[in-house]
Design a protein around this ligand. Structure first.
Ligand code: TYD
Length: 206
């Protein structure tokens, strides 16, 4: 645990595409702000130069080179840590981060051993460790249907196949630490936000 300020809290959200992380984070921010608790929300890939490059590669018809992608995700994360995450924690903020190195391990690997290797590589970068890690627990087929209808409505068709999502989900479940907080993503948005909020409050209320 990297506690950079007494009041800071580093909260990470992980889960497959369609698990509802973005909605959940927005709802948690609203609940926190109702209590006048300031939070900073960040996401990876970032909107910085590496993040932009990553997003352009993710939607290519031809699959990008796995090693190039892995290096880009790690470079993006190092930059995110030094420019965004660490300064926000140092200022005593609650940082809510949408995806961290568990995403890289689950998405840029094909099996448990590759995933573990990616986790070790990320941990060797001296990145801040999450105080709380939330994992959105959802059936990959339901998540796939959510993303498919959302993307089709936006005329975008750039997303994982059901088989890929099932593999990513199974790797996630093998690599997340025992103290990860699983959130049932089939619950209503209000309920999932309330659960996350209660966990966060447990950390910040003395
Ligand atoms: P994004 O549009 O941010 O999706 P989401 O809202 O689901 O996070 O795209 C991020 C995509 O990048 C998502 O499909 C997961 C993938 N990704 C990786 O493959 N490796 C990583 O390390 C990270 C952070 C994301």
């Amino acid at each position: 645990m990297t506690t950079v300020s007494d009041k800071s809290l580093f909260v990470v959200f992980e889960g497959i595409d369609g698990s509802g992380k973005t909605t959940l984070i927005n709802n948690v921010i609203s609940l926190l702000s109702q209590e006048r608790i300031n939070s900073v929300s960040l996401r990876e890939p970032t909107s910085g130069p590496h993040g932009k490059k990553i997003r352009s590669l993710l939607c290519m018809a031809e699959e990008p080179d796995a090693n190039i992608l892995l290096d880009l995700f790690m470079a993006d994360r190092l930059e995110d840590a030094s420019l965004n995450i660490i300064p926000a924690l140092k200022s005593g903020n609650i940082v809510l981060l949408d995806r961290y190195y568990y995403s890289t391990a689950a998405y840029q690997s094909k099996n448990f051993s590759e995933a573990k290797d990616i986790i070790n590589r990320n941990r060797s970068l001296n990145l801040p460790e999450p105080d709380i890690l939330f994992f959105l627990d959802i059936d990959p087929d339901i998540a796939y249907n959510r993303v498919a209808s959302r993307e089709k409505n936006n005329n975008l068709e750039c997303f994982e196949t059901p088989t890929r999502l099932r593999l990513i989900d199974s790797i996630y479940r093998e690599i997340i630490p025992d103290n990860t907080v699983a959130i049932d993503a089939a619950l209503s948005p209000d309920e999932t936000a309330k659960q996350v909020y209660m966990h966060i409050k447990d950390y910040i209320v003395p």
